[in-house]
Write a protein that binds this ligand. Structure first.
Ligand code: GAL
Length: 363
């Protein structure tokens, strides 16, 4: 009797965490997809290639659930040119490193130039978004850990870097991402997650009607290739002033003829770095879905999907220009080249940590 009840319970209650095969890479490595569920109907899926968030299902106030993040149905999609870092764990150094090199402790390191003369999001074929991570159960039954050892010299970076990224889906409708890294040689580390959000559901034509708030008084100034000049500017009186909830598309026009082609800016967050605090809010007036971002990081890269090009995504959808927005929490961009930017160097014996929370609500 008890046994039957137990079996029934297992059948009826969906598992909070499960894993399945997700095909394999072009060079034959198997990829797994891990699923997290909470008791509010939220579902997150993460694959072991790039510890990549591939799906995030979020209910609206009527309980209607849509997948709010861009992605592909299979590994081939993630390996294709259409993949512009969708949902991945980005690094070793997210954003750009000018001149694809840096000097640390008197030694110059040459990196892979994959964005003109510069390095974008960790460089070439073995940046963190492209390698296979090892998954294991996290501490709670709604969390999962992804581990990867990036060997000394990988993509030109010094030191064996041991990285853990833990995804947790809480019953308060939070997707929480915790990062940890240690090294055996001094090395730059700046990790982020590169999820593309559309709170009406991925494949909805535009995100310019979403409202955005970012608690940032200042922004880094960049050149045409989006490499920081070292200057810091106030957002006051500019289209980058998102201190009050503002429609994303309202002031984008003057930015389209610039190097950024829209919003592609490193917003310097107010508040104390190292403390998890609310820093941004994205709201979709149509569905009422809202996402609050809390982080202990110094910067949010606001990127309005200016390179999206109508590529085919999950379930036959297409992703046109500016049909999603990224809010990438991290350290300062190109901090290895700018002596006045806070350092992103991790030394042996230290632990890099980051916590970022995406809290979903309805308004
Ligand atoms: C963003 C970056 C953009 C673009 C994009 C990937 O993080 O700010 O300039 O490179 O990634 O397509």
């Amino acid at each position: 009797m008890i046994r039957t009840a137990l079996v029934l319970l297992i059948l009826v209650v969906p598992a909070a965490r499960s894993a399945e095969p997700f095909g394999s890479t072009q060079d034959g490595k198997p990829v797994e997809v891990h699923t997290l569920k909470n008791d509010q109907g939220m579902v997150a899926k993460i694959i072991t290639r790039g510890a990549t968030l591939t799906e995030l299902h979020v209910p609206d106030k009527n309980g209607k659930t849509v997948d709010v993040t861009l992605g592909f149905d299979d590994v081939a999609g993630y390996e294709s040119d259409g993949n512009q870092y969708f949902g991945c764990t980005t690094g070793r150094v997210a954003n750009r490193i000018g001149g694809a090199s840096f000097t640390l402790e008197g030694k110059t390191y040459k990196l892979f130039a994959n964005d003109g003369d510069n390095t974008l999001h960790g460089g070439g074929p073995r940046s963190l978004d492209k390698v296979i991570w090892k998954a294991s159960p996290g501490e709670s039954d709604q969390s999962i850990e992804f581990r990867y050892r990036s060997p000394d010299g990988e993509e030109g970076f010094p030191g064996n870097l041991d990285i853990t990224v833990t995804y947790t889906l809480t019953n308060d409708n939070e997707l929480r991402i915790d990062y940890k890294a240690t090294t055996d040689k001094a090395t730059p580390v700046n990790l982020t997650n590169h999820a593309y959000f559309n709170l009406s559901g991925h494949g909805t034509e535009t995100v310019l009607d979403h409202e955005l708030m970012i608690d940032a008084d200042r922004v880094t100034v960049s050149d045409k290739a989006l490499i920081p000049t070292g200057e810091i500017a106030s957002v006051e009186g500019t289209p980058l002033d998102f201190r009050k909830l503002t429609r994303l598309g309202e002031r984008i026009e003057p930015l389209i003829p610039t190097g950024a082609i829209g919003y592609d800016h490193s917003m310097i967050l107010n508040g104390e770095p190292g403390k998890v605090r609310p820093v941004a809010k994205l709201r979709d007036p149509k569905s009422g879905r809202a996402m609050i971002i809390l982080t202990d990081q110094r910067v949010v890269q606001l990127y309005s999907g200016n390179f999206l090009k109508g590529q085919k995504g999950k379930g036959g959808t297409v992703y046109p220009l500016r049909s999603a927005v990224c809010l990438e929490t991290m350290g300062y961009p190109d901090a290895v080249s700018q002596k006045d930017f806070p350092s992103i160097i991790l030394k042996p014996g230290e632990t890099y940590t980051q916590t970022t929370i995406h809290r979903f609500t309805n308004e």
